[in-house]
Design a protein around this ligand. Structure first.
Ligand code: SF4
Length: 653
């Protein structure tokens, strides 16, 4: 006799794990434990669990407050966790890690604004649970036709029920890939059922007799029976050893398989009974769960592993580690820099090194840290940098008591206030967010002392810049500078680390009462060197431009004897000053206002009047222009003595 036990007989990995969790919890607690729905559909298992004080409860509302509740492999909606927490229940989460992975994908995609599509049976508890991780907003489909009804304009995320038909799923996947560009497909199907059926089919075709063990109402067991019967007519379906026919099993080549809800002890009992006649030859005792476990990477705290980023939320990064559960890097374990978002650091598809902080088998999660590895690498670099006085780069992320915190190579460096810049900085907050260069001045990670100096680098930069400035500075050279301060006598302008003075007289060709009439602090201005004293480090700057000199402009505008239109701007006892162009006035002497004697200027003219006058004197060198209105009027007989008296009046102001 030869007995061939199928490799994939009995509990799948998820169910075996759930059973282990339940039994362990039951053995540790003397109180009643509830499972939300039956853990598996097997009467013997239900009875076994009841003996261990584990009872099935169908409705979450019926769960008494403060009780112990086991969530089965199918998982539950997110809301259930909240309800159980409100009831102050102890939650023992036995959701299959494969299902938990779907919850994470759906939750993240929903938070990113994607429309979730679940391929599966809308009434299956697993699908109901998954939908509860996107506020029940998913489209649940089970055929290609169903997909046609979905609006594909929105970004989509498609997952599949773990036990869904592989054939239909492949068909839907193929259709979706060719008809829609905005969908992200996650192949979350679990091959446990498929593998069990394929193996049973092969086995049935090569043996004389098949024994299928499993519940009479278990659909997956019935499916196994059908498959085996179609290849081996001598197939038995039994629920327990008591149903094993009283036959002679010797001289037969027997195949044994079992449904997903059949516990190992029932399979062993059946095999033992059959082999009582002769020594049993079991060809394959390795269970699916063991195989699966073997194929997955097992991790423990402190491991450093590689993983691939599969999802990013504002607070977490999901990493595929090739293990049962996905790794999660909380934002606080991603970086020391609180101002950046996860997307600034990693992208989906990136392969990264991570440190395993904690493995939580019950929750099916692995807490990871990228920050820890960055710090280790950063500190290694710092060890050399402090010796060689290497200039490092970093970002100021925080102003703290007495200084600022710089993040460099993933590591925090304290920079005291006096070392934060070349000049004293009143408000260190103004530095936050800037990228800086610095040197380490103290490095003692054991004592958590990593101190840097930005000033050490900026002092050098400033000294070099000054040296270069003075070497190239010369009269007439132009600079673009920034107005640093204003005084009554002028404006100080920073022209690259050196402050030069623009005297008030050099600010404008017109009259300036105060430098603030022309400039304000912070203005960017073009200036040129008027004079410099390299020994005393003093520079006088010019701001007004030669080409704007109004006495140069006037030369191109008027000539002697021209008649010009002018505006009266000032009245004095001996005449009126009239503006010819901005900042150039000419004098109309009182004797040149009219063709007869006038007692006062204001009896004829007032400020603001616009009049025509002839240019009777044009002396640019001495900045003197005389105008005459009288020259444009018909001569009138006037008393000689009056005319002479008028000519004696000086034209000087
Ligand atoms: S997902 Fe697969 S391994 Fe998990 S419980 Fe379902 S069938 Fe079992």
């Amino acid at each position: 006799m030869k007995i061939n036990l199928a490799k994939y007989a009995g509990f799948c990995f998820g169910v075996k794990r759930a059973m282990d969790i339940v039994i362990e919890t039951a053995e540790k607690n003397n109180t009643k434990i509830y499972t939300l729905g039956p853990l598996i559909h097997n009467e013997q298992v239900v009875e076994y669990l009841e003996n261990k004080n584990v009872f099935v409860i169908d409705s979450i509302e019926c769960i008494p407050d403060k009780s112990n509740v086991i969530i089965r492999t199918h998982g539950v909606p997110k809301r259930y966790y909240e309800i159980l927490e409100l009831k102050e229940c102890m939650i023992i989460d036995a959701t299959c890690p494969f299902v938990k992975k779907i919850h994470n994908i759906v939750h993240k995609s929903y938070n990113e604004g994607k429309q979730v599509i679940i391929v599966g049976d809308a009434n299956h508890p697993e699908v109901i649970g998954i939908n509860g991780w996107c506020e029940n907003s998913a489209h649940i489909i089970s055929s290609v036709e169903d997909f046609g009804k979905i609006n594909i304009e929105k970004p989509l995320c498609m997952v599949v029920q773990t036990t869904f038909s592989l054939k239909v799923w492949n068909k839907i996947k193929k259709f979706v890939k060719t008809s829609c560009q905005t969908v992200q497909i996650f192949d979350t199907i679990c091959s446990a059922t498929e593998d069990r059926q394929n193996e049973a089919e092969k086995m049935a075709a090569s043996v004389d007799t098949v024994v299928v063990i499993g519940g009479k109402h278990s659909s997956n067991t019935k499916k196994l029976v059908d498959i085996c019967k179609s290849h081996c007519a001598d197939t038995y379906h039994i629920e327990t050893v008591s149903e094993l026919p009283n036959e002679t099993w010797s001289n037969r080549n027997i195949g044994v398989t079992a449904g997903a809800s059949t516990p190992e002890w029932i399979i062993k009992e059946v095999i033992s009974k059959m082999s009582e006649e002769k020594v049993m030859e079991v060809t394959d005792e390795i269970s699916f769960a063991e195989e699966l476990e073997k194929s997955l990477v097992s991790l423990k705290t402190g491991d450093i592993v590689k993983g691939v980023v599969i999802g990013i939320t504002p607070t977490e990064v999901y990493v595929d580690l090739g293990s049962k559960a996905d790794g999660i890097i909380p934002i606080g374990e991603l970086t020391e820099d609180p101002s950046v978002s996860p997307e600034d650091i990693v992208k989906v598809g990136d392969e990264i090194d991570v440190f395993v902080v904690r493995v939580n088998d019950v929750e099916g999660t692995i807490k990871l840290s990228k920050k820890k590895l960055d710090i280790i690498a950063g500190q290694k670099k710092f060890e050399t940098a402090v010796e060689t006085k290497e200039i490092l780069e970093g970002k100021i992320v925080e102003a703290v008591n007495g200084g600022v915190i710089v993040i460099s190579n993933g590591t925090k460096v304290f920079v005291p206030a006096r070392q934060a810049a070349s000049k004293f900085v009143q408000d260190l907050e103004t530095l936050v967010g800037t990228t800086v260069q610095f040197r380490l001045i103290d490095f003692n990670p054991r004592r958590r002392k990593i101190v840097g100096s930005i000033k050490s680098v900026t002092d050098e930069v400033v000294a070099k810049a000054l040296e270069e400035f003075w070497a190239s500075a010369e009269v007439g050279k132009e600079y673009t500078g920034t107005v640093k301060s204003l005084t009554n006598f002028g404006a100080f302008v920073d022209i690259g680390g050196v402050d030069g003075l623009v005297h008030i007289s050099e600010l404008s060709w017109g009259r300036v009462k105060h430098p603030s009439d022309v400039l304000k602090v912070g203005d960017t201005v073009k200036v040129y060197i008027l004079a410099l004293d390299k020994e005393k480090n003093k520079i006088s700057l010019g701001y007004k431009r030669a080409e704007d000199n109004p006495w140069e402009i006037i030369k191109t505008k008027i000539a002697l004897d021209d008649v010009v239109k002018v505006k009266i701007v000032r009245i004095v006892s001996f005449g009126a000053f009239a503006e010819i162009i901005p900042n150039v006035d000419g004098l109309i002497h009182i004797s040149q206002i009219a063709n007869k004697h006038i007692d006062t200027v204001s009896s004829v003219l007032k400020v603001g009047d616009e009049v025509e006058a002839k240019v009777t004197e044009f002396d640019v060198e001495n900045k003197k222009i005389s105008l005459s209105m009288r020259a444009l009027l018909e001569p009138e007989k006037v008393e000689e003595s009056t005319e002479e008296a008028a000519e004696e009046v000086s034209t000087e102001e």
